[in-house]
Design a protein around this ligand. Structure first.
Ligand code: HEM
Length: 420
């Protein structure tokens, strides 16, 4: 049932409540109200929150919603950057999006998977020498090295540590309040300068990345007006490939957590032929929190569920709650990879990285990368590494953005038997 009226608009701003429980605020409030959508105030602005599979279908209708003006300024100055694909609509969006889809073609995803596998094997030697490591930051570094190499972006050894910290701050500290958020803003300014310089060097012929690489494709992409992007915007788009690929460190840490939480599955996968690996990582993407919600703005007044959506109003679609909508998912709180062994789920029901069609909508173009790198990691965890988690049953901290197991995820390498 969907009802929505002005009396739901609480006078108090809900920003604090959202920040306290970013993944469950919308679904919990919606369930209290017995509605799929409700009106509240976030950052002092009237905002409609929506949750569930039906709501996702409505949210991804470009005739009803636009993205221009949707992202809060604080996220543009950290996570997203300014001028990127996230804020485009119509033909401008379609053409810019085609660039990302070219970058993530299947053979390119495979090349990245090979680069990550190579980096992983080198890294394990170092990890073994240390003994106990914090998995999450080590993965960030490993992925930074691999994605820069793959994307045609030079990364001298002396810069790896700083660049990893900077690119990770774009997603790992953007949602914080105070010092963390300021660090994320500073990281955005520095990363934008760096990425724009890479684009300028490619255009000037000082760098010569392969034509299939992200650096080349972004530098030479043409807008609908036939002109290349301003180098600052092209830099933002290059970072739109590097940053989220490094953010896959979050999902990989959650794969490790899920393997420890479900030892029967670990055993089943270790002795299996790999055909169930993808189902396991898809269930990690559905079950665990990562990206809480996406924002859009109502394009023209329309009615849905008996309510008037007013032109210009910001609307949030709850991703975590939709992945747990019990009208679609049976027993949604249960971790069960079997649900991904049959038919593909509805494109508005399984929305960890947005819904709909990536070419036509704002759905993430990076799902093949995220899923493939999670499968690479799973293969390393269950078939090539011997380690124990220091705190295998640590709960996931739902107050952190992005959510991670409490205390990070330290592991102790017992011995490694990486096969060539
Ligand atoms: C680490 C796992 C990832 C998560 C959780 C994630 C999540 C998301 C989400 C929720 C959206 C917004 C969808 C919407 O607005 O409707 C998105 C968009 C996007 N993602 Fe990802 N993503 C991930 C990995 C990647 C990767 C590896 C890439 C690299 C190509 C990527 C590139 C993008 C881009 C360019 C957009 C904007 C698309 C558009 O506005 O049309 N993401 N992602």
């Amino acid at each position: 049932m969907i009802t929505l009226n002005l009396s739901d608009l609480k006078s108090a701003d809900s920003t604090i409540a959202l920040l306290r429980d970013p993944y469950r605020f919308i679904s919990r409030r919606a369930s209290e109200l017995g509605a799929d959508a409700f009106l509240t105030r976030l950052l002092l602005r009237p905002t409609t929150c929506m949750t569930g599979v039906e709501a996702a279908g409505v949210f991804y209708d470009p005739a009803r919603f636009q993205r221009a003006g949707a992202a809060p300024g604080a996220l543009q100055k950290t996570l997203f950057g300014q001028g990127g694909v996230q804020g485009l609509d119509g033909e401008d969006h379609r053409q810019r999006k085609a660039m990302f889809l070219q970058i993530v073609q299947p053979d390119r995803v495979e090349a990245l998977a090979e680069s990550v596998t190579r980096s992983w094997r080198r890294a394990v030697d170092d990890w073994e020498a240390v003994g106990r490591i914090q998995l999450y930051p080590r993965l960030q570094e490993l992925l930074t090295l691999a994605v820069c190499e793959w994307a045609g972006v030079p990364l001298p050894a002396a810069e790896v540590e700083d660049r990893t910290r900077q690119l990770s701050a774009l997603f790992d500290e953007a949602g914080q309040i105070g010092v963390g958020h300021l660090r994320s803003r500073a990281a955005r300014r520095a990363a934008d300068r760096w990425a724009a310089a890479v684009i300028d060097h490619v255009r000037a012929g000082k760098l010569d990345p392969p034509p299939s690489s992200a650096a080349y494709v972004v530098a030479h992409h043409r807008e609908p007006n036939g002109r290349p992007m301003a180098s600052r915007v092209a830099g933002v788009e290059l970072l739109n490939v590097l940053r989220p690929t490094i953010a896959t460190a979050v999902y990989i840490t959650l794969v490790a957590h899920a393997l420890d939480a479900h030892p029967a599955w670990r055993k089943r996968l270790a002795t299996g032929d790999g055909s169930e690996d993808t189902a396991f990582v898809e269930e990690v993407r559905r079950h665990y929190p990562f990206f809480p919600a996406v924002a859009a703005v109502v394009r023209e007044d329309f009615h849905w569920g008996g309510h008037l959506f007013v032109k210009g109003r910001r609307v949030l679609l709850d991703l975590y709650g939709t992945n747990h909508d019990n009208r679609y998912w049976i027993n949604p709180e249960r971790f069960d990879p079997e649900r991904f062994l049959g038919e593909e789920p509805d494109r508005f029901a399984f929305v960890p990285q947005g819904g709909g069609d990536p070419a036509a909508h704002h759905r993430c173009p990076g799902e093949p990368i995220a899923t493939r790198l999670m499968v690479v990691a799973l293969d390393q965890f269950v078939r090539h590494m011997t380690y124990t988690a220091v705190a295998p049953s640590a709960p996931v901290d739902f107050g952190r953005l992005p959510a991670l197991p409490t205390g990070g995820y330290p592991i102790r390498l017992v011995a490694t038997g990486i096969s060539a």
